[in-house]
Every structure is written in C-alpha cells, then in structure tokens.
Design a protein around this ligand. Structure first.
Ligand SMILES: C[S@@+](CC[C@H](N)C(=O)[O-])C[C@H]1O[C@@H](n2cnc3c(N)ncnc32)[C@H](O)[C@@H]1O
Length: 223
C-alpha cells in the first residue's frame, strides 16, 4: 500500500525514492505496452541520429523498458542507461543486454565520462520546474562539448504541476507531473544553456501529443 503523496513540493531525494516505488509497480504495464511504442520511439531517436556528426557514447536517462537504449545500441552507440526503479532497469537490461544499465537517481548520479548523445524521453515532466532545470543543467554538464541532447515531453495548452494519478494505468498510482507548454519547455532548455537545433511534434499510439527537441550546448556568448 502506497503512502499518501505530500501536499508540498518534494525535494530531489524524496521524489527519487517515491518514483522508484511507483515505477517498480508500473513496470509490468510498461513492459506490456513497450512493443506498441517501439516504432515511434525509434523514429524519434533517428531524428537525433540524422543530426549527430558521429557515433560514440550515449546515455538514456529514465530508460524505462529500454526502448531508447535499444535504438541507440542498434545505431552503433556505446550505450549507458539509468533508471531509478530497479524493475524498470531490469527490463532495460533484458531488452538491451549490450547496454550498461545503472540503477539510480539521475540527478544525484556522477558518471565517469561525458556523452556524445543524451536522450531523455518522458522524463523531464516527472519533476517540479526547479528540479527539472537542475536535471537539464546536469544533462548539459554530462554532455561532451559538441554533443547533442534529444529530449521529449508532452505538449500541453497550459503549465501546471503537482501529484497526479496516472489514470490510464492499473491502481492509478500518483506520480509527480509537470505539464509544460512548448514555450515554457523551450525557455527551460534555454535557461539550462541549450540551443535548439530541431523540433518535431508527434502523437503516440495512445493519443498523447509530444514535442521532441534536439539541442546542443549554446555558445557561451549566447548565455
Ligand atoms: C515515463 S517513463 C519513460 C521511460 C522511457 N524513457 C520511455 O520513453 O519509454 C519514466 C522513467 O523515468 C524513471 N525515473 C523517474 N525518476 C527518475 C530519476 N530521478 N532518475 C532516473 N530515472 C528516473 C522512471 O522509473 C521511469 O522508468
């Protein structure tokens, strides 16, 4: 039985252990839906690949069932994936045995290397705005100087945030959800030091509308 979600904005450590618990419970359902989402995920990752100058080391942040990590390995990247939920990380390991899979909180984790590509799908909207900016700044720090970030979130008509029940999943578990408008999402990327290289919108098989952005480190003179 889950504890009640607090009525205050959570801090990074508290939220990481809350989401580890929630996403462990959701892992079975994510696994069941993964095959239906594999194509649309691979298509988005291809957008990054078409802009990336060369292959190298890639990081999948909030890897879930491992769809992004699979696409990155298939494209020839040495791939690391991180997820805070042990059951999600295990699914990723099974789908992508050739990726290095870390169980942990991305915001608190230190990597020994920088990455040529970082992908964060359906991740940034799990945090209050302040923590989301912290996560984006960490992605900026984890990226090599000419690396690319591919990041996707749902596009919403207005901004809001707080604990929300995930109504399309069994048990309606409550996870933190920030709803970004496209403009506020782009402003957050700018704030964290990124320059947008490409933007695409798509709808997934479940009717959710997404904005995917490929971004590079902005020249220092722009910041
Ligand atoms: C909505 S799922 C998206 C999975 C995958 N990126 C995809 O698009 O299919 C979000 C994932 O982020 C993970 N997650 C949540 N908070 C995290 C954190 N602080 N550090 C690492 N992973 C986290 C969850 O466990 C979950 O697997």
């Amino acid at each position: 039985v889950l504890a009640a979600a607090p009525d205050r904005v959570p801090d990074a450590d508290w939220l990481a252990s809350w989401h580890a618990d929630i996403y462990d419970r959701l892992a079975g359902e994510y696994g069941a839906r993964a095959d239906g989402l594999a194509e649309v995920t691979a298509l988005s990752v291809r957008r990054l690949l078409s802009l990336a100058p060369a292959r190298g080391d890639a990081l999948d942040v909030g890897a879930g069932a491992g769809l992004v990590a699979r696409a990155l390995v298939d494209a020839g990247y040495r791939t690391t994936a991180i997820d805070v939920a042990p059951r999600m990380a295990q699914m990723c390991r099974e789908r992508v045995p050739d990726a290095a899979v870390v169980v942990g909180d991305y915001i608190g984790h230190r990597f020994a290397r920088r990455f040529d590509a970082i992908v964060a799908f359906a991740f940034i909207h799990l945090f209050p705005a302040e923590l989301a900016i912290r996560a984006l700044r960490k992605m900026h720090a984890d990226l090599s100087h000419d690396g690319l970030l591919l990041i996707g979130t749902t596009a919403e008509p207005r901004c809001s945030e707080g604990f929300e029940s995930k109504l399309d999943y069994p048990g309606f578990p409550q996870r933190y959800r920030r709803r970004w408008t496209e403009i506020s999402f782009l402003a957050a990327l700018d704030h964290a030091g990124f320059a947008v290289r490409d933007l695409a919108r798509h709808e997934d098989p479940y009717g959710k509308r997404w904005t995917d952005v490929v971004a590079a480190k902005a020249p220092t003179s722009c910041r």
